[in-house]
Design a protein. Structure first.
Length: 884
């Protein structure tokens, strides 16, 4: 069967290529893109001769076509029918045949793994007759009824949109009535009663019934799985991970095998290595007498995989061998799902597993050491973004902790926050600036939004592979799951934990590394990089062409940046140095001073402080470049608010006191106020109009460099002028500065952060030793979008509604801002061959943007210290991808 990957199917009658059987040869097609992770994994396993139940895949392109036209492409169901017939032939079962019914699972699976974000319907093909047939055929009435009630529940929820909790509550109510703890203790009669109850719920809520005709069921289920690509949680997940909206999901339709056929049957999930730590050896969980969603939904707490050896030894051994083989075949850690039906193993999924940053590093390093992959491949295996999670704080080992309870250490890192019990509440409070912890009985995909907002997650149920654990690890968020001591009463807004009651808003800490739940706020320490981290990053450093510097304004930040591998400072913003207590007062004094004498006096006080600042930073960055940017913000930012001043004046005068000095201050403050301060008297403009501050800074930089050199060190300071639009501005400013340097040879360069500067970059380059792109301002100016409030005012809406697929203040806008960068690079280099080029806007730490800066031929990126390792890795990825 052939599948078109070039064009979209138009639904023309007779068009083929919507469906691939698991054993079909996909030819030259990109199987992963077309059949998704699940589909392509099943096809590959089948090709390896592994036990995979028969089935077929509906392509991602078909989904895209359905989403565009809102109709099933013509001919799709014919192809589905044809493939069903092949499954029937291979199995000897009949779809809808009560004598030997074929049941299928209908599952989603995109090319990029989105665990649990889309929908699945199991046991499809059941109706009153086939359910009876299944009971007779298997000789197990209870099992057949269990499948039937599960099918009504899943179809009701996924296809007919009946709220899932209604079914769960019905199960809980029945367990309560019967006085049993587990679903498996319900009798055949109970399950039949449940199924009838479920059908009533469906009629009441959806105003319709679950169709009896299996083909009708299948068509509706396929449509529902397609629709789940557009579901809220899938969209939220794609936003979070920058996954494009136009990929679509594939749908796999596969013969059901049953893990719920009694105690010789089971279902489980497993990783070939530990996804949290990367440790070698199979890691997973299973449940006897259960179906797949029972494990991942965290409804029953599953058992660790090694225990399977005792209860199902043959299948366990076979699974071990299969897992090892799959890891070798893929050359990567695998995330597998399996079912054992009456002692027979079936593989239902294999794909490269999601992992924490720590695990990614360990697995990459171990696999390279074992010769399974190359060093370059090892570097590519670690996502740049995943290092953030590693650099998250952990609990101070010296701290006194009041551990209230323990659960499973599901996702590492520690987080403190106020308790919230719903995803909505998490979002609301986090948006208001509060650090929150999301506490749930178990999470399901509807909680993803809340998990994104929360600092950490704590659940009462669920194992290491539960939804909460998998999603939190993917997000790099601390999570503790399966904390049995936690009892949540959402309606009263309270939780019981270790014999105590807490309310929404009370503060707890979770330690995702140990599983501890701790009272209150706890001191945290910055993590130390591991040996795996050092090794893989060393390999990355050997590969990359881009330099990575840090944005750091204090000696302490500079030291941390250096520890994290920064090759210098790309941006030392000097403004914060003027904002602190005593200095702010002096700065104010200076700005408000109207005579030269007062001004000189204020500068004399500030200069030694600046010298000390620069000395500290130059010492910390001994031997490495340090770009110091002269003062950038508008002057009025240093002044008291004019409304506050007006109030003081009114107060003084009301009391008959003299307010002359305050009136004078108000006059100066008002004279400095601007309608558009971002476009006003800041950067080099201020430097030219009131040169005293810049010249004082230049002197302080030169003095600091001299002192540090005299100490026997190697200071490599550079002076950077902000907000240059005209070459003449830089020429004039540079001349004035150089006159202050007292013979110190210090390179002088400029920020490139205005569109005009890009357009005349050749002229500016003639005056500059280096350019550093200020992509924060450049994005603001090129897009005409305020960097201060656009994100909360309308960009969020743009992102939610899909008008934009990325936030241009986070990821460089290649088409717009990127073109300005490229123009300035070309013009700048042409005019000045020795020109050094860097970027110091926020984009310097964003992996996708780093790839762009590599392609644009910059010399270095500069970002906040904690983003340095990720940028080093992203720079190596860019170099490796370009060379392949
Ligand atoms: C920039 O504009 O990108 C930049 C680095 O400067 P700042 O953010 O300080 O304006
Ligand atoms: Mg700027």
């Amino acid at each position: 069967m052939t599948g078109s990957i070039d064009g979209m199917h138009t639904g023309t009658p007779g068009a083929r290529g919507f469906v691939y059987g698991f054993s079909d040869d996909p030819g030259a097609a990109d199987v992963l893109a077309l059949c998704g992770g699940k589909g392509s994994g099943l096809m590959r396993m089948r090709g390896l001769g592994l036990p995979v139940p028969e089935g077929f895949v509906i392509t991602t392109e078909t989904c895209v076509s359905y989403i565009q036209t809102r109709e099933m492409p013509e001919g799709l169901m014919d192809e589905v029918g044809e493939n069903l017939r092949r499954v029937e032939e291979a199995t000897g079962c009949g779809f809808g045949d009560p004598g030997n019914p074929l049941l299928v699972s209908v599952r989603s699976g995109a090319a990029v793994s989105m665990p649990g974000m889309m929908d699945t319907v199991l046991n499809l093909g059941l109706n009153s007759e086939t359910a009876r047939g299944l009971a007779e055929r298997t000789g197990d009435e209870r099992f057949a009824r269990d499948c039937h009630r599960r099918f009504i529940q899943a179809f009701g929820e996924i296809v007919l949109k009946v709220p899932g909790h209604l079914f769960e509550e019905a199960i809980e109510a029945m367990k309560g009535e019967r006085g049993v703890e587990a679903d498996t203790e319900l009798t055949s009669g109970d399950l039949e009663e449940l199924r009838v109850g479920f059908e009533e719920i469906v009629v009441r809520e959806a105003g319709t019934v679950v169709p009896e005709d299996p083909r009708g069921q299948l068509e509706l289920a396929i449509g529902a799985v397609f629709d789940s690509w557009l579901g809220e949680r899938a969209v939220a997940y794609r936003r979070e991970y920058g996954i494009p909206d136009d990929l679509g999901t594939a749908v796999t339709v596969q013969r059901m095998v049953f893990g719920n056929m009694g105690d010789t049957s089971a279902t489980g999930v497993a990783f070939t290595r530990n996804p949290a730590t990367g440790e070698q050896g199979l890691f997973g969980e299973f449940l006897l007498n259960a179906q797949g969603e029972d494990v991942v939904a965290g409804i029953r707490t599953p058992r660790p995989l090694p225990e399977m050896e005792e209860v199902l030894p043959g299948a366990y051994r076979q699974f071990l061998e299969t897992a090892e083989r799959l890891e070798r075949e893929y050359g990567d850690m695998q995330d597998m799902e399996f079912t054992i039906e009456r002692d027979r193993l079936y593989m239902l999924q294999t794909r490269s597993g999601k992992r924490t940053g720590a695990a990614a590093l360990k697995i990459a390093r171990d696999m390279a050491a074992d010769g399974l992959i190359s060093q370059a491949e090892a570097v590519l295996r670690v996502e740049a973004g995943s290092l953030d999670g590693l650099l998250h704080p952990r609990i101070d080992p010296e701290a006194h902790l009041e551990v209230l309870a323990r659960g499973l250490p599901a996702s590492p890192g520690a987080a403190t926050g106020s308790i919230v019990l719903t995803a909505g509440e998490a979002k609301e409070r986090a948006e208001a600036g509060e650090a929150v912890l999301l506490l749930r009985r178990e999470t399901n995909p509807d909680d993803v939004d809340g998990m994104i907002s929360a600092r950490g997650v704590l659940t009462a149920l669920g194992g290491m592979t539960s939804h909460a654990a998998v999603v939190a690890r993917g997000m790099g968020k601390p999570a503790v799951t399966g904390c049995n001591a936690l009892k949540i009463d959402t309606s009263r807004g309270v939780v019981h934990l270790g014999g105590e009651t807490f309310e929404v808003g009370d503060v707890l800490t979770v330690d995702g590394a140990s599983g501890a739940v701790i009272r209150g706020d706890v001191p945290l320490v910055a993590p130390e990089p591991s040996e795996d981290f050092e090794t893989v990053l060393r390999w990355a450093d050997e590969t990359r062409a881009l330099g990575v510097r840090a944005n750091a304004d204090t000696p302490e930040d500079a030291r941390r940046a250096r520890e994290l591998g920064a090759g210098g400072i790309g941006l030392c913003r000097t403004e914060h140095m003027f904002m602190e207590g005593e200095r702010l007062r002096i700065m104010r004094e200076m700005i408000l001073s109207e005579g030269d004498e007062a001004l000189a006096e204020a500068l004399t006080k500030l200069e030694p402080m600046q010298v000390e600042d620069f000395e500290g930073i130059l010492r910390a960055m001994d031997g490495l470049p340090v770009t110091v940017r002269l003062l950038d913000p508008p002057l009025h930012e240093f002044l008291p608010d004019s409304k506050d001043l007006a109030k003081v004046i009114a107060g003084r005068e009301g009391r008959g006191e003299d307010a002359g000095e305050q009136r004078r201050q108000l006059r100066v403050a008002e004279s400095l106020e601007e309608r558009n301060p971002m476009l006003g008297l800041r950067g080099v403009r201020l430097g030219l109009l009131r040169p005293e501050v810049y010249l004082m800074q230049a002197r302080a930089i030169a003095r600091a460099a001299r002192t540090v050199r005299e100490e026997g060190r190697d200071p490599r300071v550079e002076i950077m002028i902000p907000l240059v639009a005209f070459a003449s501005e830089l020429r004039k400013m540079r001349t004035m500065i150089e006159a202050e340097l007292a013979g110190e040879e210090i390179p002088v360069g400029t920020m490139i952060e205005l569109p005009r500067a890009c357009a005349v970059a050749d002229k500016i380059a003639a005056e500059a030793d280096f350019f550093s792109f200020g992509t924060n301002d450049l994005t603001q100016m090129v897009c005409g979008v305020s960097r201060d409030d656009a994100e909360e005012k309308f960009l969020a809406g743009y992102l939610n509604e899909g008008t934009l697929s990325f936030n241009p203040f986070q990821t460089i806008d290649r088409d717009g801002v990127g073109e300005f960068v490229k123009m300035a690079v070309d013009k700048g280099r042409e005019a000045n061959r020795g020109l050094k080029l860097g970027v110091c806007g926020e984009h310097g730490g964003d992996p996708k943007s780093v790839a762009f800066f590599h392609e644009a031929g910059l010399d270095y990126v500069s970002c906040s210290p904690f983003r340095v390792p990720g940028a080093r890795l992203a720079a190596a990825h860019a170099a490796l991808r370009q060379s392949t």
